[in-house]
Design a protein around this ligand. Sequence first.
Ligand code: AMP
Ligand code: MG
Length: 394
Amino acid sequence: MLEESEARKQVLERIETGPVIWLPIDLARDHFAAQDLHGVSDFPDFDNSSMDGYAVRASEAMTGASLKVVDKIQPAGIDQHLKLPVGHAIRIFTGAPIPEGADAVIMQEDVDRTDQVILVQEAVVTGENIRRRGGDVCAGQKIIAQGDRLTPARLSLLASQGIDEVPIYTRPMIHVVTTGDELVQIGDYRMPGQIYDSNGILLKTSIEALGGIAEQVHLQDDPELMRQAIAILCEVSDFVVIAGGVSVGERDFVKDVLNALGVETSFWRVRIKPGKPFLYGQHPNGCSIFGLPGNPVSAFVTFQIFVAPALRKRLGQIVKDPGLLQVIGRAGEVLRNGGDRPHYLRAVETDGEVFLSGTQQSHAIFGLSKANCLIRLEPGQKVEEGDMVSGIKL
Ligand code: AMP
Ligand code: MG
């Protein structure tokens, strides 16, 4: 059986980033930049005032000095190309170009104005209240790095540079295939013994939250029907994520179906709990196929540790080491892994203290719904109350 890190390595080796398209910036939010982007011009690209006030020479604007106010004003907008005569001040507003000869702006609150004269109440120093050309960004400077998420603030940075399109990695099309005769969809009649499908929404929304496009198809446990449906889905998907039917039961047909479709299975089974029967393969056309165990918690954990890193890579998100665990906090209770596989436990971290979130069986969705982290315990590991624990933040 493969170790988790080796299994993830094998998956990621087979996932390619991209393809790349250019998108208008108003459609690009939360995509990842497909290349470095550089400043087109200095920002600001002219010296301008950061205050409403008067443009002056600092050497003339001592406390108690009076300065004559020039007739013309310089509002924000088109540069009036005003020149500041000696002994004068020019009325100026926030964002307005600094007139030639001025080297500071005195705030309007710091002067007394009578008619065409200001009396300086508070002296200014050279450069005060002036936003210098290039003070934020210089032309040619790298402003976005490949792999950066295009947040609203980064999109506004691009807009400030007059850049209206950005290269991004496209969102992959992912089909979620839920399997099982015992499952019904919400709204359908549920016979005794049947259960509602909960993996469909779990996986579809998990994919969407990371940036993929997801659709769900439910299939009965019928190998011929599965073969036909999955064959079509592989033609129209970047990834197919199958939940259930990958284990060793008589009614677990997924492996045989994939073999019949010529899928090259990289591995089946990983040394983790929950999630042992996880499978990864590639269809001859390059479509990646993830086989997740059907138990909801197992599906969730294997999604987090295998599918999510693959999806992030496909979307061009830079993740240094997807296997790196984070420190979660201090155990609020004794934790133990008596088994022979690394165990991901569902837990809640509050103010640095970590408690399990209910029963740890792999069908237990309520505990999963409360969890804000997964704690990883190595085989045989015992954690005392107060010890630091690490895992994955959700
Ligand atoms: P399987 O991996 O197909 O053997 O399924 C393992 C367990 O997970 C069974 O108890 C299934 O009923 C349950 N299960 C499988 N698929 C789903 C699903 N889509 N939603 C909820 N439970 C499921
Ligand atoms: Mg099943």
